[in-house]
Design a binder for this molecule. Structure first.
Ligand code: CP
Length: 301
């Protein structure tokens, strides 16, 4: 999970390390000067709202100076490469780079070629480890597992455009390491048989799956990565795989609905469910700040 001080992936996540980090994040017992004198650079080569802002809030809460770089308005727009950009930022004396990029493996590449700590804030369809930590914290708090972060007995359905989703891959790695059972649900084009290699079960029937799970994590169709390309229509997709009030009504008592955001309201999730009693979408956002404080403290301190 951690390569030295960097956080790159939840593949083969270590349950002990993850539980320690979740406990630290949950406690939120920071002085506020842990990162005094440190510089965190947010290098976001893809758009983001919650990840970028929450890393900034987390870093500043611990006393770090934060600098932001996005593709637009930087020399990336003139054709400067990922590594030249990273080396340039490193030469200015940063302690940690938080990297989001469209290329799978981008954060690992920067980690390999620089000395500073690197946190993967989402790379292509590959990994989004801090989103998975925020999601695990949300599940743990929802089901009162904060004492041990042991998720045995919990069943989680991850529903939708799984093949395009770095969030799904990171969540499978982390949630199964913590003991949860994960099923990936969607049409065959979005949940192909090859995904069973991730170590979870697959289903193409949401209605059959719903009654037996504690957590339903809805995913956005990633139109920008070609997701939904073989769908007849988004209306048909919503009818078969969308989370609506009728489906929320057949979930277990106490079951929760998650979404990493941004949501396509009316496509994979109805507004009534997104804003309803089962929804923990905004808890996921709030918990994102807590886990990013712990990740940055671990990466830099
Ligand atoms: N969940 C997530 O990564 O959202 P953003 O793209 O807004 O950061």
């Amino acid at each position: 999970m951690w390569t030295g001080r960097s956080v790159l992936s939840m593949n083969e996540a270590d349950a002990g390390e993850a539980r320690a980090l979740l406990a630290l994040a949950h406690g939120d017992a920071w002085r506020g000067d842990e990162l005094d004198g440190k510089v965190v650079a947010n290098l976001f080569f893809e758009d983001s709202t919650r990840t970028r802002v929450s890393f900034s809030i987390a870093a500043k809460a611990l006393g770090a100076t934060v600098v932001d770089l996005t593709s637009k308005g930087s020399s990336v727009a003139k054709g400067e490469t990922l590594l030249d950009t990273a080396w340039t930022i490193e030469a200015m004396g940063v302690d940690c780079m938080v990297v989001r990029a469209g290329q799978s493996g981008a954060a690992a590449l920067i980690d390999e070629h620089t000395e500073c700590a690197v946190v993967n804030a989402g790379d292509g369809t590959h990994q989004h480890p801090t989103q998975a930590l925020a999601d695990a914290m949300t599940i743990g708090r929802s089901f009162r597992r904060e004492l041990d972060w042991d998720f045995r007995g919990l069943r989680v359905a991850i529903v939708g455009d799984v093949v395009s989703s770095r969030v799904a891959r990171s969540n499978v790695g982390l949630l199964t390491a913590l003991g949860a059972e994960v099923v990936l649900v969607g049409p065959p084009s979005m949940v192909p048989g090859s995904l069973s290699s991730l170590g979870c079960s697959l289903s193409h029937d949401l209605d059959f799956t719903l009654g037996g799970v504690d957590v339903v994590m809805m995913l956005r169709i990633q139109f920008e990565r070609g997701g939904g390309g073989v769908l007849a229509s988004t209306r048909e997709y919503s009818a078969r795989y969308g989370m609506n009030e009728g489906r929320a009504g057949v979930m277990k008592e106490g079951g929760i609905v998650m979404h990493p955001g941004p949501m396509n309201r009316g496509v994979e999730i109805s507004a009534a469910v997104a804003d309803g009693d089962r929804s923990v979408v905004l808890d996921q956002v709030s918990n994102g700040v807590l886990v990013r404080k712990a990740v940055l403290a671990g990466a830099i301190c």
